[in-house]
Design a binder for this molecule. Structure first.
Ligand code: HEM
Length: 423
């Protein structure tokens, strides 16, 4: 990946903590989705990071603005890029903690925790068990007809037009409407939710983040109070009226769960959809394979997820310890570069090839270990139904000539992407 500054210049400029060996210092912030590119496989530049010649642990210079700066990575972070090391960071809960993860609410002085993401085992287990029944494939099968009906209705609206902005008019809307229905949130809040979320996750502006946080938490607390007064069938109502180990939930537990679901459920699938369609438009043989063999949709979705990991998570070291020739100190952040791990040739045969029938595709896109995405079965269902209905209705498509197809290879991804086909 071309870089504006040489490694020597970066190492000379950066005042690293004294225990960080100079030869481990790098600037790979571009691998976290902050720099756009126009490649068919936007994560290709991360592939070499899992190579044999790359030290198993690196130290990434600080991000100066945006999410990373706010997430407490202002002193730089340790970084792992090989699948086995990523797997250890996600699964070794004794050495690596999730405390404080995604707790943006701290920016406005809130002290409740983001549940279940910011809770370590064994406490994490009780929350996970509490929420799990609402996200099992069996539970989600009850939503299949509604999801399918929504996908069909939305696709039918533009099928004859011969084009659609698949990022803005479809990807941004379809999963969020499903999620809002599941949670019971009022449909007219759609634009407002996305606006708040954009300001919190992507604006990189502290004032905007704080204003959005205040507004969304006020809304969610009001919504919780409403469901406490008038229970119904929606997930928020079930969450606030349930019991954990025989005890009613505290106010902090209620807002902690509803807040984190709100944060996790809004634009993750949207980003994946945009990248999935961009990839198919640029590589039409993938379209042909899925169209001719719809029975491969499940494995194809998994391959889209492997090759398009929109997030790279991090953990905090719980103690001082030595690993791969360096000393990691308690409290330091270790970031996992999922797009490098997902292309690690020791784990995935021929990793750069998009293989829609890949077997044993245990990628890190939803992370690994106890915090594996709770919404993964929902995300998978949404993507599978979408592909199934899309290929029944839309012929071969491409990116509309003149459309900007650059992508931020992360959660931000693509704001607009117009696809065109013969109507
Ligand atoms: C393709 C779509 C999605 C992707 C790529 C994704 C990715 C992730 C990742 C990487 C994590 C782990 C974060 C970490 O450990 O630091 C996570 C956790 C989580 N996600 Fe998702 N997510 C997606 C969709 C969803 C949806 C739709 C929901 C909710 C309806 C959701 C709810 C959650 C929850 C509750 C957790 C926390 C799990 C725990 O800590 O036990 N996700 N997700």
């Amino acid at each position: 990946m071309p870089h504006p500054r040489t490694l020597d210049a970066i190492r000379a400029d950066f005042d690293a903590p004294p225990h960080v060996p100079r030869d481990r210092i790098v600037d790979i912030n571009w691998a976290m989705g902050s720099v756009p590119n126009d490649l068919v496989d936007p994560y290709e530049p991360c592939g070499w990071l899992a190579g044999d010649d790359i030290p198993r642990i690196l130290y990434n210079v600080p991000v100066s603005s945006g999410l990373g700066a706010v997430a407490g990575m202002g002193n730089g972070t340790w970084v792992v890029t090989h699948y086995d090391d990523i797997n250890r960071v996600y699964t070794d809960n004794e050495y690596f903690s999730n405390k404080g993860t995604a707790e943006f609410q701290a920016l406005i002085g809130e002290t409740f925790r983001s549940i279940p993401l910011a809770i370590d085992p064994p406490e994490h287990g009780k929350y996970r068990r509490y929420l799990m029944p609402h996200f099992t494939p069996k539970r989600l099968s009850l939503m299949q007809d509604d999801m399918r009906a929504l996908a069909v209705q939305m696709i039918d609206e533009f099928a004859q037009r011969g084009e659609v902005d698949v990022a803005w008019d479809f990807g941004r809307v379809y999963p969020v409407r499903i999620f809002m229905g599941l949670m019971g949130f009022p449909a007219p809040m759609f634009e407002q939710f996305l606006d708040w979320e954009w300001n919190i996750l992507h604006s990189g502006d502290l004032g905007k983040m704080q204003a959005a946080l205040r507004a969304v938490l006020e809304f969610l607390r009001g919504f919780i109070a409403e469901k406490e007064r008038e229970p119904d069938d929606c997930l928020v109502s079930k969450i606030v009226h349930g019991k954990i180990e025989g005890k009613a939930l505290s106010d902090d537990e209620k807002i902690g769960m509803v807040w984190f679901l709100w944060l996790g459920g809004l634009d993750t699938v949207a980003a994946t959809i945009s990248q999935m369609f961009r990839r198919m438009a640029l590589q039409p043989e993938i379209q042909r394979q899925i169209r001719e063999h719809p029975e491969i949709i499940d494995t194809a979705v998994e391959e889209f997820l492997r090759t398009q990991p929109i997030l790279s998570s991090s953990r905090k070291a719980t103690r001082d310890f030595d690993w791969h020739g360096v000393t990691i100190k308690a409290g330091e952040t270790v970031q996992c570069v999922n797009p490098a791990g997902n292309f690690d040739p020791r784990r995935f045969a021929d990793p750069r090839t998009f293989n829609p029938q890949r077997e044993s595709n245990r990628h890190a896109t939803f992370v690994l270990g106890v915090h594996r995405c709770l919404g993964a079965p929902l995300a998978r269902s949404e993507l599978r139904i979408l592909l199934d209905e899309w290929f029944r209705r839309i012929p071969e498509f491409r990116i509309k000539p003149g459309t900007d197809s650059t992508v931020y290879p992360g959660l931000l991804s693509i704001r607009n992407l117009t696809l065109a086909w013969e109507a």
